[in-house]
Every structure is written in C-alpha cells, then in structure tokens.
Write a protein that binds this ligand. Structure first.
Ligand code: HEM
Length: 191
C-alpha cells in the first residue's frame, strides 16, 4: 500500500461524509413539504445549521486532491493542475464554497430566526414562502449535482475542457430543475 492509496481513500471518505451530510439536509428540505405546523418545521429543519460543516469538507477535498496531484508522479501517473478534470473541479469547489456561504448559509440563518420568532401553530404565508424559496432549493440541489458531476469527471478524466465543463453544466442543470420542482410543491403543506 502506498501513501497515494491512503490519500485517495481519505479523498473518497471526505466525499462520502459530504454526500451523507447533503443527503441529510435534502431529506429535511423535502420533509418540509408535509409539515403542517411551525413546530414541525422547526423540528425538521433544525439540522440545516449543520450545513456549516461543508466548508471543512470542501477544504479537505481540495487539500487531498492537491496532495494526490503532487504524489501522482511517484505513483506512475502525471496529473497536473492544468488537466481539465482537475481545474474544473477546483472551479466547482469555489462555486460550492461561495454559493454555500453567500446563499445557503445566509438563508439558513435568516430562516432559523424567522421560525424562532413565529409562534407555533399553522404555517403563516411568510413562513411558507421562506420554506419554499426557489433560490435556496435550486442552489442546494445544484450544489449536490455539481459534486456528483465532479465525481464523474474524476473517474472518467475527460481530456478536453469542453467535455469536462459540459459534464458540470449538465449536473448544474439537473440539480436546478430538481430543486425548482421541490420548491414548487409548496401547495402540499397547505393545512
Ligand atoms: C467536489 C470536489 C471533488 C470530488 C467530488 C472528487 C471526487 C473524487 C473521486 C470520487 C475520486 C476517485 C476516482 C477514481 O479513483 O477513479 C477522485 C480522485 C482524485 N481526485 Fe478528486 N474530487 C474532488 C476534487 C478534487 C480536486 C480539487 C482535486 C485536485 C486539486 C482532485 C484530485 C484528484 C486526484 C488526483 C484523484 C486521483 C485520480 C486517480 O488516481 O485516478 N479532486 N476524486
């Protein structure tokens, strides 16, 4: 066993942890569709604050990835930061970090404040609107599918930038469409 294999394992383990966290948050997100009271929303969405762990995963993915690039020469491969599947992954991580902080983190904390300030009982229209904001649903799902698209590129390693970018764009579009579909289902929790 080489150091390269250990670092690759850590890279994949970090990805599993991030996907596990993402799945937990998406489960909470989709569970809001059947919530009928503010109390239920509060209980279901309490886990949103755990989104603050994503920056750690992003930094680890980058650090381990960069280490793998560095070790690749000794391991018989020569990966470079200029390879399309690598630099596009770095761009994807920047997108995840920026949208995660500027949109999802900010929205999650203002949503938690709104729920804390709303008395228990039926869900008022402003809370319903904040629960099913298209921007947050689209962004959260976009980020998950962007990460899955990066996995595709990491495995396939497309040589050209056009193919690597196309894969990421497809991931983004699928994620946004699923997110928007979820946000539109706000009519479910009407009583
Ligand atoms: C969202 C971000 C990322 C995800 C989801 C991800 C995922 C993965 C996965 C699943 C593998 C295993 C592929 C395989 O063994 O066939 C892998 C390998 C690798 N990743 Fe990443 N990665 C990400 C970011 C990065 C970054 C930013 C870099 C470079 C700075 C990087 C460099 C590498 C390298 C060099 C390998 C080893 C490829 C091989 O040995 O065949 N990764 N990554």
């Amino acid at each position: 066993m080489h150091l390269y294999d250990v670092v690759l394992f850590l890279h994949i383990a970090t990805l599993l942890a991030a996907i596990g966290l993402g799945t937990t948050l998406h489960h909470a997100e989709w569970s809001t569709r059947t919530a009928t009271t503010v109390g239920e929303l509060r209980a279901v969405t309490r886990v949103y604050r755990r989104g603050n762990l994503f920056p750690i995963a992003i930094l680890l993915l980058f650090g381990e990835g960069a280490w793998l690039v560095h070790l690749s020469k000794k391991h018989g491969e020569t990966f470079r930061f200029g390879d399309a599947w690598i630099w596009t992954a770095i761009v994807a991580l920047v997108i995840l970090m920026v949208t995660g902080g500027a949109i999802l983190g900010r929205e999650a904390s203002s949503y938690a404040k709104l729920l804390a300030a709303t008395p228990d009982g039926p869900i008022p229209p402003e809370v319903r609107a904040a629960t099913f904001k298209s921007l947050t649903w689209a962004t959260s799902h976009m980020n998950t599918f962007l990460a899955i698209a990066v996995v595709f590129n990491m495995v396939i390693k497309p040589a050209g930038a056009a193919s690597a970018i196309l894969v990421l764009v497809i991931g983004i579009v699928i994620g946004v469409l699923i997110g928007l579909a979820g946000a539109r289902s706000r009519s479910v929790a009407t009583t």
